[in-house]
Ligand binder design. Structure first.
Ligand SMILES: [Zn+2]
Length: 130
């Protein structure tokens, strides 16, 4: 029996994150009308509903604003990896994102966030303390 994989259903727009993760860069969509950085990926701007969203390199630093440790999961992939540390990170470029953490960290911890491919080859946000 093969190893279970993490969930990987994504929208067509979000699949572009996989290519960004493969490249090793940190790019998100930026609205060309109001410059709002978007996360998660979407088809129109979350601020002005403008349709011109362009993938651009953005600052990958963030501040941890909340965290939790999961001790249970219904997903077989995660069950073997518990406890799983996750956090809410306020990216310096604007959006707030759910990120994987390497351990339990203090609120306010400065982070560097990377787009990386998980076991299902889907982009995930992994954060490390800086
Ligand atoms: Zn906009």
């Amino acid at each position: 029996m093969s190893q279970p994989l993490p969930p990987h259903a994504r929208s067509q727009t979000a699949l572009h994150l996989n290519r960004i993760a493969e490249s090793g860069s940190f790019s998100l969509q930026v609205c060309q009308e109001c410059q709002t950085v978007q996360y998660p990926p979407r088809d129109v701007c979350s601020h002005c509903l403008g349709p011109q969203l362009q993938w651009q390199a953005v600052e990958s630093t963030a501040t941890l604003v909340a965290q939790s440790t999961l001790h249970h999961s219904n997903e077989p992939y995660f069950q073997a990896k518990l406890p799983w540390h996750i956090g809410t990170a306020k990216l310096d470029c604007g959006p707030v994102a759910i990120v994987n953490l390497p351990a339990s960290l203090s609120i306010g911890q400065r982070l560097r966030v990377a787009l990386e491919l998980d076991a299902s080859q889907s982009a995930v946000l992994n954060a490390t303390p800086i």
